[in-house]
Design a protein around this ligand. Structure first.
Ligand code: AMP
Ligand code: MN
Ligand code: MN
Ligand code: MN
Length: 294
């Protein structure tokens, strides 16, 4: 049913999700199989600052006949705010990209120890060890792993509740961090032959003026796309960022930002299609054109 619905509106393309290689809860191969079962025709795996799951995911996708797009989601600091840039159709063996991602990952462990110290002072001890147990990749310990541990302790009932009471600015467990620079992240993605896409712009706490300045810098650095239909957006924000995409001449992307069953509001491939007025980021991708001709 889901499959037929999206067929009538073009292929079901999901270009944003996570595996245990970053802060998702499923293995890369399980992500691919779940996407296939959900009727996704084209899938990108976009782990945070890591490409370690792409080879396995690509091999499984080829075996089951799902079109796979190698991706990554790079953490960036711009104007004191954390911004995420998705890279799509990257050559994940490119040395410049790999070196950039490695540098972006290096601060995570020290930050995790500071997060744990702050949580201990707020009455939640042993959070570093606790979070590490949830991290499939010790180089990629993230706030999501702390959130799962805090739920385990019984302090909060859900990960959402953790992110309201802890780990965000002004709350215990928040540690400011400097990620990659915006032009560097876009440069690594472009150097690896990829398309740089602004992830979930609706999540950033930037004034309209700052958002425009940030997007202008993104375009000037070589950014080409923006997520419009995202698991991190409300339906109102689909419209808001459709207008932004047009205003900046950016191609539009669609991605669930799925992290795992029971944790994400939107499953792989379950979001509405892009508004017809937009140019999809995949408009010139041969793997999608082949599907549309069928
Ligand atoms: P980090 O890269 O360690 O700062 O962790 C960021 C990750 O935390 C994001 O990619 C999300 O998966 C998760 N996250 C951030 N804010 C929230 C929130 N309000 N609710 C649920 N998950 C969140
Ligand atoms: Mn995440
Ligand atoms: Mn993100
Ligand atoms: Mn994401």
């Amino acid at each position: 049913m889901l499959d037929r619905l999206f067929r009538s509106q073009g292929p079901n393309v999901d270009l944003h999700c996570h595996s245990v290689v970053s802060d998702g809860t499923l293995a890369p191969t399980d992500i691919v199989e779940r996407a296939h079962r959900n009727g996704v025709h084209v899938l990108a795996l976009t782990d945070h600052d890591e490409v370690g799951g792409l080879a396995d995911a690509q091999a499984r996708a080829e075996a089951i006949g799902l079109r796979f797009v190698p991706g990554v989601e790079v953490s960036v600091t711009w104007g004191g705010e954390t911004i995420h840039i998705v890279g799509l159709r990257i050559d994940y063996r490119d040395p410049e990209l790999l070196a950039g991602l490695e540098r972006t990952r290096t601060g995570r462990d020290g930050r995790a120890q500071e997060i744990a110290a702050s949580l201990a002072a707020a009455g939640i001890p042993d959070a570093y060890e606790g979070a590490l147990r949830y991290a499939g990749n010790p180089e990629l310990i993230s706030r999501s792993h702390f959130a799962r541990y805090i739920v385990e302790t019984g302090t909060c009932e859900t990960v959402d509740e953790v992110f309201r009471r802890f780990l965000v600015e002004g709350k215990p467990g928040f540690v400011p961090h400097r990620w990659a620079k915006l032009p560097d992240a876009v440069g690594w993605i472009r150097a690896a032959g990829g398309v740089a896409v602004m992830a979930h712009p609706g999540r950033y706490r930037l004034s309209d003026l700052c958002m425009d300045e940030m997007l202008r810098e993104f375009v000037d650095a070589g950014g080409q796309g923006i997520e419009v239909v995202s698991g991190s957006h409300t339906p109102d924000q689909y419209c808001e960022y459709a207008a932004v995409a047009q205003r900046f001449g950016l191609a539009a992307s669609r991605g669930s930002d799925f992290h795992g069953p029971g944790e994400s509001r939107h499953d792989l491939g379950s979001l509405p299609p892009l508004p017809k007025s937009l140019t999809p980021v995949w408009h010139d991708w041969p793997e999608v054109a082949a599907l549309e001709r069928r």
